[in-house]
Design a protein. Structure first.
Length: 173
């Protein structure tokens, strides 16, 4: 199924664990350090560097571009590292996250309550994933280097629905 991030909030409830999608549109990179800074902003009521409602966060810390590509290797980070952050972000309107590996029961519950989804990308395939990224712009926290928040433009990035909005999961529990 081909999906665009602009219509993901309306389509996410139709997705089921194990579905494969080709995702296009804008996503934002954020790993541990960026999440901590985003939460500092949320805690003081400051504006975030991007609109959270309807957004997709890709747990990645891409490398610099080379060989004519928009970005270097851009593989997924282990999603469990963001378990403590994800429920609050889903409650605030985040549509989806992209990472690798299993997520916690609290994240699964947050997905069910918010109607969001968790997509899995293939770990170890960062160079191949980079071929599906047509543009990149650093938008926040440049001091974090590869962990700064970047806006990526995806072009048909292949993903698997790891956990759906009903709590269905591809992971054995």
């Amino acid at each position: 199924m081909e999906l665009h991030t602009d219509n993901l909030p309306e389509k996410s409830r139709l997705l089921r664990a194990g579905d494969t999608v080709l995702l296009s549109g804008s996503v934002y990179t954020a790993r541990d350090a960026a999440h901590k800074k985003l939460f500092e902003l949320l805690d003081i009521g400051a504006e975030l560097p991007f609109e959270l409602r309807g957004a997709v966060i890709y747990y990645a810390g891409p490398t610099p571009a080379k060989n004519g590509f928009a970005i270097g290797s851009c593989g997924p980070t282990t999603s469990a590292r963001m378990n403590k952050f994800a429920p609050r972000l889903f409650a605030l309107g985040l549509s989806a996250t992209i990472g690798k590996g299993e997520v916690s029961a609290a994240v699964t519950d947050a997905l069910k309550h918010s109607g969001a989804v968790y997509f899995c990308a293939i770990g170890g395939a960062g160079a191949l994933i980079a071929r599906h990224i047509s543009a990149v712009e650093e938008i926040a926290f440049p001091e974090l280097g590869c962990e700064s928040v970047k806006r990526l433009t995806l072009d048909r990035l292949p993903l698997i629905v790891g956990v759906d909005s009903c709590g269905g999961s591809v992971f054995i529990r």
